[in-house]
Design a protein around this ligand. Sequence first.
Ligand SMILES: [Fe+2]
Length: 373
Amino acid sequence: MVTDVALDSKKANGLVEDPFVDASGQPDSAPRFWDAFKVSKEQIDGEIDRLKSLPRPANGRRRSYIVHPQSDRNSITPGLRATIEVVMPGEVVETTANNSSSVAICIEGQGRALIDGKAFDMTRHDTLSVPNMASQSYASTGDEAYVRLVFSDAPILEYLRALYVSDGVGTGAAASAEPIEHKRDPMADFIYPMPTGGGALKTYHAFIDPEVVEQSAHLWKWEEVKTFLNDMDKNTKDLRAAIITMYWNPKTGRTHGSTNTITAWMSGGVDPNWTGKKWDMARSHRHNVTAMNYAIAGNWKTIVEREEISWGPGDLVLTAPAWAAHSNGRFDREAYTFAIQDNALLAAMNSTILQEYVNRPVIHLGARPGFEA
Ligand SMILES: [Fe+2]
């Protein structure tokens, strides 16, 4: 899937000829974000039907990637992959454990996900986060196919050549690890502050036996999320404060993830103040976090870098390519949209940059005070 330039200039003892690129006098520059794009409900339904019609594949996985035309790694954003996964009635699909994490929304049917031995029953629009190295199996529990739209951070790991794919099936570390007697070396917590200031020193024990933060799968039931959204105060200055809720995994703390890299959201609700006369549009802004939306109900519109895209239930839209100025809005008394961002990844990297007002300085979110909605 990912190809490298062939290395044909290697000399003896690992040497390569002229490994330098002159950058003298050249300013630092950032690559441009990808274009916004939409995949319609009709396109997604058509692909689901095609997957349903296939004979059962050798590994049982009926799946298709939804690929951005600018991607060279079957991804939908530079860092995330979107996959349609179909499980037919009576089928059980086991997946290969790997060190990526994912968030999936059920878009059709109902099914049971078994993650590291724990069962999660999903119906339409329920959302499940799956941690890294988890053993996973999926079964349809109804008369129809169980269909998930899965968002994974594998492309980042592929880019880093850091993706690990287990050579067995259903052998996630958490599921297969026998309880073993483990005594943590006290030196793992040893800290030597630098006598003249600056950082500190730790030992090899710290590196090989860091503090463990166990990650587990989490299920957000759609009906419960919907009730929460509808109970939120709708009389706020900033529309977003009235309609946005984050699917937070407490183990990710202040980086605000559903997994350690991916943050899912649900926005919308019933707006008692809706007049039916105009679009409710949020303020135009930009951030280097990339956002996608999958509409659940209602009519939605995005203006991204002056391009207007309207979307509705079942459409998947790249609404906020990193650093693109954008504004989302709705035209309905009751409307909902599911969103996926690489928010937690950028927060962990201390790299989140946000510009809430076009004429004001950017905010280094989490490192400096944020803004008030
Ligand atoms: Fe945004």
